[in-house]
Design a protein around this ligand. Structure first.
Ligand code: TEU
Length: 574
């Protein structure tokens, strides 16, 4: 049952801006706040409610801003604090909200906190990060001397030796992203203070980067805390281990998030939003995180559906099986039906482009598959997230050589894999399919050189397909991907059943057709999406469908009895 007054975000759609690649106002080839301010009409025209801004804080840009060296400023690369204030005001004037990216599992190694921490073993901030001596019996720097065997998300060990003090520091991501020690209450208070400062400035909430990794498990085999971090199971083919059991949803994670809520959000007026990015989170845990009575976060980003087309490593590609996707989405819809809330996404700055990955980006089906995937996602129960360019049907980049990549994860992986004996051609094939740079090529505004993104040289090449696939070409075209997103967003705003209706999966075993109902009171929608190039007789699959009223479809009117390749229909049952 929906609550009496559902929170505002149950009918909201969020749009993610990755500022580096959105719009460049000063010709340096890197997107900036000025560029975003110039393009706000695009967001207003789309009808989105919230802008989630990926990091714009001062940063050495080792991980494009997810390595922050000052939490309370703006990197000159992106603009000024005054422009950020201007952005808040401009969004609010249009009825939109601003969601800031909060990256507090780690800082940059150039953050003054880390510089002070690393200065000496007796530094007052030593304990703000995870410093550990070499493994007993090993000398610092010797292979295998790392305090645990954990593998970093960005290849290699999670430990980096600081020669000066002879100790290692922990970094779950790049070595220039040291993990903060959330066990230390001073760290937590410093973070909360910074968050309050942003809210006081007018921002409307936070997307919290890898927030389920902030609590590390310090328990030994007997379950008692021994102050040590422990080895994880070995990863076949490497000398490293999987430490995730020690840092995904660790023992104090709920305590920390509840404390953050009390210290930062409780008692504040205004319609705020918190979303926790949580790799590896299960439905059961997500129920706890998003249970309003527990007051932790409003919703989480889960990763199950973006893990179905590869093995344990994202570079180990596998075909997606439709029944796996249905089982996964279905479980999340059911698991968060009565308690909690889902966030819905195909794309973000870390994922390859959905139309290339789950759709068909060939000229024949690109538009239809992009709109079909959008319909499927936006008709689920939860808050949909649109990643910049997704609303234009932007596709993966035709990478042909290593020199074209910029992403630290991709580059580290290439070095690691090739030195471990992998065939460079095969590594390139995996990068081409899965690299985060696929999502990071500049937004395609028009057909001009550099797609209207910059007057300078773009930091990452513009996709050559921008001549055909761009915002200007789609704005007034009623059949465009953009127009379809506009309609989907409007439908969520206007139709209670889209925002709040109960979800029931149909045809769980079907290999191509994804179908479900949404019901609220007497109102029932049937959603049918053909995720394949094969046509189906609709009546044979869903006898009630052909006679139902069409609310929204992605193809022009035709035979109601046939479900064409990549066709999506939202139908209202009598
Ligand atoms: O990403 C978290 C994360 O675990 C993955 O999505 C990761 O980026 C990678 O794709 C795993 O293969 C968040 C941010 O979204 C990402 O951009 C940052 O690089 C990362 O945290 C570190 O801050």
């Amino acid at each position: 049952m929906p609550p009496e007054t559902p929170p505002w975000w149950t009918r909201a759609v969020v749009y993610q801006v990755y500022p580096r690649s959105f719009a460049d106002s000063d010709g340096d080839g890197i997107g900036d706040l000025g560029g975003i301010l110039q393009r706000l009409d695009h967001l207003a025209d789309l009808g989105v409610d919230v802008l989630w801004l990926s990091p714009v804080y001062p940063s050495p840009q080792a991980d494009n801003g997810y390595d922050i060296s000052d939490y309370q400023g703006i990197d000159p690369l992106f603009g000024t604090l005054e422009q950020l204030d201007e952005l808040i005001a401009a969004l609010h004037a249009r009825g939109m909200k601003l969601l800031m990216d909060l990256v507090v599992n780690h800082t940059s190694d150039a953050h003054p906190w880390f510089e002070e921490s690393r200065a000496s073993r007796t530094s007052a901030k030593r304990d703000w990060y995870w410093w550990r001596p070499p493994r007993p019996g090993f000398a610092a720097g010797e292979p295998g001397a790392e305090p645990t065997n954990w593998q970093s998300f960005f290849s290699g060990p999670v430990w980096e030796l600081d020669e000066a003090s002879g100790e290692y520091y922990l970094h779950l991501f790049d070595r220039r992203q040291p993990d903060l020690n959330w066990e230390n209450p001073q760290v937590r208070q410093a973070v909360y203070e910074m968050m309050r400062w942003w809210l006081d400035r007018g921002v409307d909430g936070f997307r919290m980067d890898v927030i389920n990794m902030i609590s590390k498990d310090l328990q030994g085999m007997d379950g008692a805390e021994d102050g040590h971090l422990h080895d994880g199971p070995p990863i076949p083919g490497t000398s490293l281990g999987d430490g995730s059991a020690s840092y995904l949803c660790g023992p104090r994670i709920h305590e920390f998030l509840a404390e953050m809520h009390r210290e930062v959000f409780a008692g504040r007026d205004g319609a705020l939003l918190t979303v926790g990015e949580m790799p590896g989170v299960t439905v059961e845990q997500a129920r706890l995180f998003t249970d309003p009575d527990r007051a932790e976060v409003d919703m989480v980003f889960q990763f199950e559906h973006v893990g179905l087309d590869h093995g344990t490593s994202k570079w180990d590609l596998r075909p997606l099986r439709m029944r796996d996707l249905k089982a996964s989405f279905g479980r999340w819809q059911t698991g968060l039906a009565d308690v909690g809330w889902n966030s819905l996404y195909w794309d973000n700055h870390d994922q390859p482009r959905a139309v290339s990955r789950f759709g068909d980006d060939s000229p024949e089906f690109r538009r239809d598959s992009a709109t079909c995937l959008a319909t499927l996602l936006h008709l689920h129960r939860g808050t949909p997230y649109v990643y910049q360019g997704e609303e234009l049907g932007m596709a993966n980049f035709p990478f042909t050589s290593l020199e074209q990549f910029r992403d630290v994860e991709s580059l580290n992986h290439h070095v690691q894999a090739v030195s471990a004996g992998s065939d460079p051609g095969e590594v390139l094939t995996a990068l081409r399919a899965m690299s985060r740079d696929n999502a990071r090529t500049p937004v395609q505004w028009d057909a001009s050189p550099n797609a209207g993104f910059t007057t300078g040289t773009p930091w990452l090449a513009v996709n050559p397909d921008h001549l055909e696939w761009n915002a200007a070409a789609q704005r007034d075209d009623d059949r465009s991907v953009l127009a379809h997103y506009r309609r989907l967003i409007a439908l969520r705003h206007s139709d209670d059943v889209v925002a709040l209706g109960d979800f029931t999966m149909l045809l769980p075993e079907h290999d191509d057709v994804y179908a479900f109902t949404r019901a609220l009171g007497d109102d029932e929608l049937l959603v049918v999406c053909n995720l394949s190039p094969t046509a189906y007789r609709l009546a044979e699959l869903l006898p009630e469908a052909p006679a139902a009223e069409l609310v929204l479809g992605n193809l022009d009117d035709d035979d109601p009895a046939e479900l064409r390749p990549w066709e999506a229909r939202v139908l209202r049952l009598p």
